[in-house]
Design a protein around this ligand. Structure first.
Ligand code: ATP
Ligand code: MG
Length: 553
């Protein structure tokens, strides 16, 4: 049986538009404001916008919504571009709302000439008071009756820099009693004597978001302008501008924002985490940003798969972060190279193995993949995980214990004979016997064991640092918590193992490679890694350990 995915509501709209001949192909846009790094919510929007134009023919523009000169930086522009490409998408045109400043200015004059906009001298407080409330109508500004000529003159003077910040604004003349607050003479232009990252000092008036966004869509002939639900009440104004300016009729459609458990996804809050040093930067692997996920070892395929699985909702919802981790695991299981790394080493001496001898044993790179192998060195002194050994094991402990047998992965079966202690009583090493005829792939020993351990030969072991990441926050749904969101940061979100031992194949670890450290999870090399000190990030655990833990408590 083939599983046919039903269409989401946007696909339904687009299929109908194409069928009705309303459009021959579609144009969408991804419109980030360059005031922060992209996060998983943006990834959702990117997959949606680019996914639709790929599916239905057409293209997607990358448009920087850079109408606010104060918060925007070129650094963000470059990062946004590389994030979109890393996710696997290519825009048709790289555009900037600021490129339309002249055109937008002309639109504003058109509205003035039509008697649909006026210059207002009211202070921000007065304008707020004039707005009324959702249950009471607003009141007209004393400047509302200005004639066209005066409005044009004043607006031009605003542009020429005759007035100070906040002294005047340009407002649309709609209806101060409108049931939709956004229609109560919204501000179109404000004065801001500020340097802009692209237009420099050419302008001292800047269009408001509502006036810039829809008009940019129209200029680009965007057919389907997809945004998040908070813009539903703006849609009426979006359409009003199109009607009054008689420009290309782009249509706005809204979907629900992506919210994820155990994290925050507002740029403002993420910026706070960065600025206050709660994380090491925008790309700290605990952050929900795309650059952080890349550094942590998430793959673009797994993020696209996640965005596909969550679908497009029309109502706000909270997605479980473990679904994202599931997608990451699924992909990494297929592509990652298997390697052995011991995090908390316990020395094992094989008493019947020839001292100084090293045997290179083949071990599979990926049982799900291409059947290639690497060579792993075996010698007399080895390391295993400290907690893979117990002196007094409970029942069903299938790992190493006195007198008990266990297999070393891709090597031999060993038996623990003796425990050697330090003066303080702690274990310094355990002494074992190996069974030469039990070699993996050629086992004629007839011995039965229930456990297989990962291990590393001591003489060739490579010391590495391993960074274990956990949830950034302690609580599932931050939106329902009282107080400051930073009160809920998880103090154990990063654990550093500074002296783990890796098998020598990891000396050649590459920046883009993904690894499964046997029994320890999925890992990748961190950009801070150097040949002298290899540093690995845990991308994700092998199983959903958190789900089990929270259920227990
Ligand atoms: P934030 O609230 O994080 O500052 P934003 O909406 O202000 O986000 P923009 O740069 O304006 O950020 O967003 C670019 C595009 O990404 C917009 O179309 C926006 O609707 C979409 N987007 C932002 N956050 C999410 C989210 N959590 N889920 C889905 N889409 C999102
Ligand atoms: Mg925004």
């Amino acid at each position: 049986m083939t599983e046919e995915k039903s269409l989401n509501f946007l696909e339904e709209i687009i299929e109908k538009d194409l069928k009705d001949g309303k459009h021959e192909s579609i144009v969408t846009r991804f419109p980030p404001e360059p005031n922060g790094y992209l996060h998983l919510g943006h990834a959702k929007s990117i997959c949606l916008n680019f996914g639709l134009s790929l599916k239905y023919g057409g293209y997607t523009n990358l448009r920087f919504d850079d109408t606010n000169p104060v918060t925007e930086e070129t650094e963000y522009v470059e990062n946004i571009k590389s994030d979109v490409q890393w996710l696997g998408f290519q825009w048709k045109n790289e555009l900037y709302a600021s490129d339309y400043f002249t055109q937008l200015y002309e639109f504003a004059e058109t509205l003035i000439k039509k008697g649909l906009a006026y210059v207002d001298d009211s202070t921000p407080e007065e304008i707020a008071a004039q707005k009324g409330s959702p249950i009471t109508p607003g009141s007209d500004s004393p400047c509302r009756g200005r004639n066209t000529e005066e409005n044009l003159r004043l607006f031009r003077e605003m542009r020429e820099g005759k007035y100070k910040d906040g002294e005047k604004v340009l407002r649309a003349k709609i209806d101060m009693g409108h049931t939709n607050m956004h229609m109560r003479d919204p501000i179109l232009y404000r004065i801001k004597h500020a340097h802009h990252h692209r237009t420099g000092d050419a302008w001292c008036i800047y269009p408001m978001y509502d006036f810039a966004h829809g008009q940019s869509d129209a200029i680009e002939k965007v057919t389907h302008s997809i945004c998040t639900l908070e813009f539903v009440p703006h849609r009426e104004l979006y359409n009003w501008f199109i009607e009054k300016l008689e420009i290309y009729p782009s249509r706005q459609y809204e979907f629900a924002r992506l919210n994820l458990t155990y994290t925050v996804m507002s740029k403002r809050k993420l910026l706070q985490l960065v600025n206050e040093g709660h994380v090491s930067g925008w790309d700290d692997p605990r952050m929900p940003t795309i650059s952080a996920m890349r550094r942590r070892g998430y793959t673009p395929e797994s993020i696209r798969d996640f965005c596909d699985k969550i679908g497009v909702a029309k109502r706000d919802n909270l997605i479980d972060i473990s679904l994202l981790e599931f997608c990451v695991r699924e992909h990494l299981n297929k592509i990652s190279l298997r390697r052995m790394v011991v995090f908390d080493p316990l020395k094992v001496v094989i008493t019947n193995y020839e001292p100084g001898k090293t045997e290179w044993l083949p071990s599979e790179n990926n049982p799900e993949g291409d059947q290639t192998t690497r060579q792993v060195p075996f010698s007399q002194v080895l390391y295993i995980e400290r907690d893979d050994f117990m002196e007094v094991p409970p029942k069903k402990f299938f790992r190493l214990a006195p007198g008990q047998l266990v297999r070393l992965k891709s090597a031999y079966i060993i038996r623990c004979d003796e425990v050697v202690r330090n003066a303080d009583g702690s274990i310094s090493e355990i002494r074992c016997t190996y069974f030469p005829e039990s070699k993996s792939g050629a086992d004629t020993s007839g011995l039965q064991v229930k456990g297989t351990l990962h291990w590393v030969a001591a003489s060739t072991a490579v010391p590495v640092e391993v960074r274990l990441y956990d949830r950034l926050f302690k609580v599932e749904d931050l939106s329902v918590m009282e107080g400051d969101f930073r009160d809920y940061l998880n103090p154990d979100s990063l654990k550093v193992i500074s002296n783990a031992f890796a098998e020598p194949a990891l000396k050649d670890a590459g920046g883009s490679d993904h690894y499964q450290f046997l029994r320890m999870g999925y890992y990748c090399l961190d950009p801070e890694s150097t040949p002298q000190k290899l540093v690995f990030n845990r991308t994700v655990t092998l199983r959903d350990m958190w789900a089990k833990e929270t259920k227990k408590s």
